[in-house]
Unconditional design. Structure first.
Length: 202
């Protein structure tokens, strides 16, 4: 794969990864600073976010080109997200009971994502692929510990989950910048290979 193709793929995933990292870091800070009340606050935030997302998907449906019917499911997605958001806002305790499990699953899923990145970096022969691989192990291990919940109180578990989310979000930012650096080096290498050798006259 050329560096142009890699750049296109990178641009597609970079925005989503930055958004995910920001959400994890902010959520982690809330858990650490307000461990007693953070779970309920996060439930309300998730409910509000689902409602906003649902409205946006619905607006996208009505704003889309009507020349291609039956090709978009934005309306169905929007309604489903809006209903889910309203349910969470009305019954936040339902989501609250699964919140810690959600944090653990997020850490494990994010670790698996970094595992894919480390394997891709290995295929590109990037020297630092093993660093991203180690970050994978740390993320997955932290997620498993959160799911097993060996802590004495819920507050301790919330603080632990918050710290893990913050650190994992920072891990993602590091992985993103490292991948960008690898692509930039690949670009320089390909450009150097395309420069014809200079000819000198005797």
């Amino acid at each position: 794969m050329s560096y142009q193709e890699l750049e296109k793929v990178f641009k597609k995933i970079a925005r989503d990864l930055i958004l995910i990292s920001a959400v994890m870091i902010v959520t982690g800070l809330i858990c650490v600073i307000f461990p007693e009340h953070s779970s309920m606050a996060i439930c309300y935030v998730i409910g509000a976010a689902l409602c906003v997302w649902g409205v946006l998907r619905t607006v996208v449906y009505f704003a889309a080109d009507r020349g291609a019917p039956f090709t978009s499911f934005s309306f169905v997605q929007g309604v489903a997200l809006l209903i889910a958001g309203v349910v969470v806002l009305l019954r936040p305790e339902f989501l609250r009971s699964f919140l810690i499990y959600l944090f653990g699953i997020m850490l494990i899923a994010d670790g698996v994502l970094k595992l894919q990145y480390s394997m891709d970096l290995l295929r590109l022969r990037a020297h630092g692929w093993w660093i991203v691989f180690i970050l994978t192990i740390v993320s997955v291990t932290a997620g498993i510990i959160a799911l097993l919940n060996p802590f004495a109180t819920v507050n301790v578990l919330m603080v632990y989950s918050g710290i893990c989310l913050i650190v994992d979000g920072l891990f993602d930012v590091y992985a993103l910048f490292y991948i960008h650096r690898v692509i930039r080096k690949l670009k320089q290498r390909e450009e150097a290979a395309q420069i014809p050798p200079a000819h000198f006259e005797n």
